[in-house]
Write a protein of this length. Structure first.
Length: 251
């Protein structure tokens, strides 16, 4: 026997945004923005150090102030004491123990991978230790060079670019959640495919501009300025394009 529909039940109109869609967009947007905030909180010191390292010059052979010598790239002759391989959290590490002089204690250098220098070294070999500030960033043997795990690299820049992309995409998801909620409130069911495609393309373009700015320059304020200007231009053009599409549909 068929029962009549309950007067309290309100079947959702076809094409009406679902509540699950609103919640999903809100959650995804919040998670992405939070992840971006965590990346930004960890970046300032690492970005500054990486920029200083890339701007460092070789130390003068003689003279120079203490500050200059601390920030320049120095080279020291050393003797290999031993080499070895270890494991830490299932990761293989390769290290070299060297002596700078009989008066100073030996110290261990963790190499980045099993590169050409580490494979060729044996106790008693003469090597060159490349240092910057208090970091040994490279080890040399003859014409061969190999980075250490202390080398300031472009990882902070990549994290900065990733943080900007996460922030932009997360903001779009949050904005989309608000847009879906308003459509549910007004029970609007017409969602043109072109509108979604335009917003997706604008998001990709804005993210690309921000990531390119982060990779192209080490100056944080300039990156933020370029990213903000790029996003403002993209979204202004997107708003004009969507307005034109809306007029075309209603005409």
């Amino acid at each position: 026997m068929n029962r009549p529909p309950s007067p309290c039940s309100h079947p959702q109109s076809p094409g009406l945004p679902s509540l699950q869609g609103v919640i999903f967009a809100s959650v995804v947007g919040s998670v992405l923005v939070l992840a971006a905030a965590v990346l930004f909180a960890l970046l300032p010191g690492a970005l500054s150090e990486a920029a200083d390292f890339r701007a460092a010059r070789p130390c003068p052979e003689e003279g120079g102030s203490v500050v200059e010598n601390g920030d320049c790239l120095s080279e020291w002759p050393a003797t290999v004491v031993s080499t070895g391989t270890g494991r830490s959290n299932k990761a293989v590490t390769h290290w070299v123990t060297v002596d700078l002089s009989p008066e100073e204690p030996s110290f261990r250098i963790r190499m980045r991978g099993d590169g050409p220098v580490w494979r060729e070294l044996a106790p008693g070999d003469r090597v060159t230790v490349f240092a910057w500030r208090d970091l040994v960033w490279q080890l040399g043997s003859g014409e061969l060079r190999q980075d250490t795990t202390e080398t300031p690299d472009r990882e902070p820049t990549v994290r900065f670019a990733a943080g900007l992309v996460l922030l932009i995409v997360g903001s779009v998801f949050l904005r989309g959640a608000g847009w879906l909620h308003r459509r549910r409130a007004t029970r609007a069911t017409d969602t043109p495919t072109a509108q979604v495609v335009v917003v997706m393309a604008a998001t990709l373009l804005a993210s690309g501009i921000a990531a390119t700015a982060a990779v192209a320059t080490d100056t944080v304020w300039l990156v933020l300025l370029l990213a903000a200007a790029g996003c403002a231009t993209v979204w202004a053009a997107t708003a004009l394009l969507l307005r034109g599409l809306a007029r075309r549909r209603t005409s």
